[in-house]
Design a protein around this ligand. Sequence first.
Ligand code: CA
Ligand code: CA
Length: 97
Amino acid sequence: MKWHREDADFDNDGWLDIFSSHHDFFVYSNIMWKNNGDGTFSDVGAELGLSAEFIGDYFGQAWGDYNLDGDIDLFGVGHIDKWVLFRNDQSTTMPAN
Ligand SMILES: [Ca+2]
Ligand SMILES: [Ca+2]
């Protein structure tokens, strides 16, 4: 199993959140954990559209605000999807390609 992790404060609350993409032969996906600021994390990957079966397998990803709206967006490069851009609208995330 390979993990590729890139953390960022996706919701601009001042707490660094955890994003990781992984694959293990025929299974791959992403995880996105929101930092609750009290030492705990919540799994928000599915609700944001970042974590589902066969979404992931990135060997590289980067966060950046490509559309300059103040919300940091996610760009991933992988074996299956080749590349994908997730636009961050704070409460919802969707592929923009
Ligand atoms: Ca945060
Ligand atoms: Ca943005």
